[in-house]
Design a protein around this ligand. Sequence first.
Ligand code: GEK
Length: 244
Amino acid sequence: MSKKTDAIYAAPLQHMIDFQFDERVVSVFPDMIQRSVPGYGLIITNIGILAGKYAQAGSHCYDLGCSLGAVTLAMRQRITRPDCDIIAVDNSPAMIERGRELLALDTVPTVPVTMICADLQDVTIENASVVVLNFTLQFVPPLERLALIQRIHAGLRPGGVLILSEKVAFSEPGRQQFHEELHHDFKRANGYSDLEISQKRSALEKVMIPETLASHRSRLQAAGFSSSDLWFQCFNFASLVAIK
Ligand code: GEK
């Protein structure tokens, strides 16, 4: 399938409005995320591999903030334990509508998938063995994050995992600048102009709030996870796997 190129922030904008996962974003989303998140494809593939290892028979696997379902499709290919299903949740109606179309084209229908349009805060997490927040927690208001992670921990079976990918911040200004500049170089190398980079950054400023890896890890610990391991990092993009 050919991907439509993201040019949403290519022309100068008079009024900057906060970033939204609307139809315009959905139509270019696969191109946007691949050109913006270093290692996105590798992360998706390896979340499938982690799900293959940690999915337990007769349990639910959750993809929270699923967008078009890339994680769901990768997990679906790798889960071999019997009687598992995947619950994929996103609160953008446009994402879920397109995600359902893509899911219908998937030819590996072994693991049943339910795609739900809902706020992830309203979804019950229960009997879970794998929960994925792939670049989603960063959009949840910071004060609500601990309660969400605690609820995920409570809904996981012993031995279950939370896979948490985030854009991360650095407490030392020099480090912050180093990683941010490399990320912008990555975007430039993928064809984004300086104007696109800066306009997208302004649009995301109030809606996407990155935290340091140390904050994420201490929150995971506070919520009861017995371990958290950094399994991926490229510049200011990282993924942790936390085990209950
Ligand atoms: C991927 N995981 O391709 N409830 C439900 N969904 C939400 C909420 C919420 N409260 N807040 C944001 N979202 C995907 C990529 S994108 C990351 C995830 C990015 C949804 C939002 O609608 C969007 O689809 C997704 O979280 C974040 O692996 O674009 O940087």
